[in-house]
Design a protein around this ligand. Structure first.
Ligand SMILES: *Cc1c(COP(=O)(O)O)cnc(C)c1O
Length: 376
């Protein structure tokens, strides 16, 4: 009998094999240039990324966490500022808020798993201190409705910072995510849709002043060599990462996004199991399918065991709500238990099945069959 190989959540070996010569060429170019930090590779990548994203400026930074922190700092965030955000995300979204001394408050999510503006509205009605910042996350590769974000932000006099780490290239009613506010942040962590070979991130903005500010802050707050105008970070993107991103990963992104969308459609059409709820795409979202989150009715562990028995990897996004994490509880922040029923449902019932551009047709079929053969 033929033994099936594991269907992985991401396949970095296949990624390497598919473009090996071009990766090596990019590394060789940097090596031969003799310039390793903040040079022409970073500049060229920033230009190409901004063009792809249809936003005027991109600034390469060390990772997605820093991209958020730098965005907040460029906007003048101060300790004690209140940030309205989501309890269901990578921990980094809230960690960046804590890093600038901010106080996060959490609105519940909707049936897509993305921040629910009605819940946010109610929270603002009862908040002890008015938030200054609004940090929604375009989670799972979906785009939140940008028009609604803008309207909500204006009405409540907030400053909007979109977390686009999972949604590079996603659009809402034709507009790119990240364009609703003055600034947005993204990540090139290897599992992200545009992944580096290690850490990387970027800030994008249409505001020239903010662009200058982030460029200064990512490099020790220097305005020019040995002149330090602000207290900055060391959060530079390496020339090597920029070269790999610019020469290989970014030119592949459109095709890989198309492939992700095709696979998502195969899952949406093929998975028919009354115990598994399919992802709900927000109105107007052209999603880039960073993940494919299912909601399991019944015993989640039994479904995960069934996938494991069929040699199919799975993930949980995310099993513990951010406000329930020890770091948050220990920080003494006010935590409202049971305040996020829909986010709790995702924490308790969500399972992500493999979705990446290197899945073979036979693997897609195996994933669908495993989902459909689970009896619950
Ligand atoms: C990955 C991620 C981040 C953090 O990015 P890093 O590069 O890992 O620091 C922030 N927000 C979201 C939604 C993410 O998925």
């Amino acid at each position: 009998m033929r033994v099936n190989t594991l269907v992985q959540l991401a396949d970095f070996r296949k990624q390497w094999d598919a473009s090996r010569d071009r990766y090596i060429e990019a590394v060789d170019r940097v090596g031969r240039s003799g310039w390793l930090v903040l040079g022409t590779e970073v500049e060229s990548f920033e230009r190409d990324l901004a063009r792809y994203w249809e936003l005027p400026h991109a600034i390469g930074v060390a990772n997605g966490l820093d991209a958020l922190e730098l965005s907040f700092r460029a906007l003048g965030a101060r300790p004690g500022d209140v940030f309205l955000t989501t309890p269901l995300s990578a921990f980094a979204t809230t960690l960046a808020i804590l890093r600038v001394g901010g106080i996060p408050i959490f609105a519940d999510v909707d049936g897509s798993g993305l921040l629910d503006l009605n819940s946010a509205e109610q929270l603002l009605g009862s908040a002890a201190k008015k938030p200054r910042f609004f940090v929604p996350v375009h989670l799972y590769g979906h785009a939140m409705p940008l028009g609604d974000l803008t309207e909500f932000t204006r009405r409540h006099e907030l400053t909007l910072v979109e977390d686009c780490a999972q949604a590079i290239g996603a659009r809402s009613f034709g507009r790119p995510v990240g364009s609703a506010g003055r600034i947005c942040a993204t990540s090139f962590y290897p599992t992200k849709n545009l992944g580096a070979f290690g850490d990387g991130g970027a800030v994008l903005t249409s505001d020239e002043g903010l662009m200058q500010s982030v460029k200064c802050l990512r490099d020790y707050g220097q305005s020019s060599k040995y002149v330090h105008d602000r207290v900055g970070l060391n959060s530079r993107l390496d020339e090597l990462q920029a070269a790999l991103l610019r020469s290989v990963q970014l030119p592949l992104l459109r095709e890989q996004t198309r492939r992700r969308t095709e696979i998502a459609k195969a899952f949406l059409d093929g998975i028919r199991n009354p115990k598994l709820s399919l992802p709900v795409v927000p109105a107007g979202s052209e999603s880039v399918w960073h993940l494919f989150p299912l909601l399991v009715s019944g015993d989640r562990e039994s479904f995960r065991m069934h996938l494991k028995d069929n040699q199919i990897a799975n993930g949980l996004h995310y099993p513990t709500l951010i406000p329930h994490q020890k770091a948050i509880v220990d920080a003494g922040l006010p935590v409202q238990m049971g305040a996020w029923p829909m986010a709790e449902r995702f924490a308790n019932a969500e399972v992500s099945i493999p979705l990446h551009p290197f899945l073979a047709e036979s693997e897609i079929v195996r994933v669908i069959e495993a989902c459909n053969s689970w009896k619950g």
